[in-house]
Design a protein around this ligand. Structure first.
Ligand code: SAM
Ligand code: DTB
Ligand code: SF4
Length: 354
């Protein structure tokens, strides 16, 4: 195909049977196919580096069974107020200096209150002014809040569907999957790039993983980024306690890699982010995830409250694998035309940590 021809839109009409059939492939066949799709659309030796900061921690009124920040959990997380705008921007500047492409901020809210919006808008504008990409995850949004974030220059909004529609109410009772999809629709309509994925390893079935991927891959437009988190089992949360008491319920590494591969095949242009859970994954499992099409990670020692692999471990892993930080724009963001602040990274993050 010549470079001038438009790239075909990725399929959004996947059936559950097709997705289940992908999961059922022999592992080597599945990974081979996923790697082929990956290199057709992405630079296979590049990894996008994102930095995460919790700008408002704990005390969340939602009852997500995996989350240490819920008021229903007893995980020893201290509730804080929204961080000072200046402190957040200083932290973003440090991340930029360290070579991170995107600054992602999370707040333990069911939804932002309108009184929170001026500070949030100021943060988004400040990060845009630094020439860095921004991502926020603040819970459910109204159309007007999404519009305000878009006007401020927010590049990405993270809002996970977390699991299959069937499993949803077993994990979270204080909101529905439809509530989540509605916010994704407001974010999309406002012209903000969508980041949406979920968690595997919550004791779900293969059919739930099929339903989870199916829900994302049949959205009217695929999310630009798809975070695949491995459950970080935190004692004091419903799911963390379950895993601590039934260690055999932990997801098998091979099944985790299969989930990454199926996400890659069904959403070929999306960035697939290997998100939470890397700190307890072997280098070999992470390498298989990259081979299967994962091409983005969170750097640093902490996610929101849970430990992350850390820059030294990541620098060593990248060196071992001969992989380099991604420099350019995400393929779907480029095609969909939603603006990004076009941040460029210079690869100093990992080099500095060596
Ligand atoms: N309150 C906002 C929300 O729920 O959208 C934003 C923050 S919330 C912590 C962001 C995402 O982190 C969740 O949707 C979930 O997918 C992921 N997450 C939370 N706790 C996790 C855990 N223990 N292990 C893996 N992923 C987790
Ligand atoms: C996502 O899917 N994973 C990140 C990000 N989006 C905000 C969060 C992971 C949180 C892990 C648990 C914690 O740190 O408390
Ligand atoms: Fe609150 Fe988000 Fe945690 Fe759910 S995942 S309890 S909404 S912070």
């Amino acid at each position: 195909m010549s470079a001038a021809q438009p790239r075909p839109e990725p399929r959004t009409d996947w059936t559950r049977a097709e997705i289940a059939a992908l999961f059922d492939l022999p592992f080597t066949e599945l990974i081979f196919r996923a790697a082929g799709v990956h290199r057709a659309h992405h630079a296979p030796a590049e990894i996008q580096l994102c930095t995460l900061l919790s700008i408002k921690t704990g005390g969340c009124v939602e009852d997500c069974g995996y989350c240490a920040q819920s008021v229903f959990a007893d995980a020893g997380v201290k509730a804080t107020k929204l961080m000072d705008v200046r402190e957040v921007l200083q932290s973003a500047a440090r991340a930029k200096d360290a070579g991170s492409q995107r600054f992602c901020m999370g707040a333990a809210w069911r939804n932002p209150k309108d009184r929170d919006m001026p500070a949030i808008v100021e943060i988004v504008k400040g990060i845009a002014a630094m020439g860095m990409e921004s991502c926020m995850t603040l819970g459910m949004l109204t159309p007007s809040q999404a519009g305000r974030l878009a006007d401020a220059g927010l590049d990405y909004y993270n809002h996970n569907i977390d699991t299959s529609p069937e499993r949803y109410s077993e994990v979270i009772t204080t909101r529905t999957m439809d509530d989540r999809l509605e916010t994704l629709c407001h974010v999309r309509s406002a012209g903000i790039n969508v980041c949406s994925g979920g968690i595997v390893g919550m004791g779900e079935t293969r059919a739930d993983r099929v339903g989870f991927i199916h829900t994302l891959a049949t959205l009217p437009r695929h999310p630009e980024s798809v975070p695949v988190n491995a459950l970080v089992p935190v004692r004091g949360t419903v799911l963390g306690n379950m895993l601590a008491d039934t260690p055999l319920a932990k997801i098998d590494d091979i099944e985790f890699v299969r989930t990454v591969a199926v996400a890659r095949i069904t959403m070929p242009l999306s960035m697939v982010r290997l998100s939470a859970g890397r700190e307890s994954m072997s280098d070999a499992t992470q390498a298989l995830c990259f081979l299967a099409g994962a091409n983005s990670i969170f750097t640093g020692d902490t996610l929101l409250t849970a430990p992350n692999a850390g820059d030294d471990a990541d620098a060593a892993l990248m060196e071992r694998l001969g992989m380099t930080p991604m420099q350019g724009e995400e393929p779907l963001a480029k095609i969909n035309g939603a603006k990004t602040n076009g941040a460029k990274i210079d690869g100093r993050a990992l080099a500095a940590a060596e």
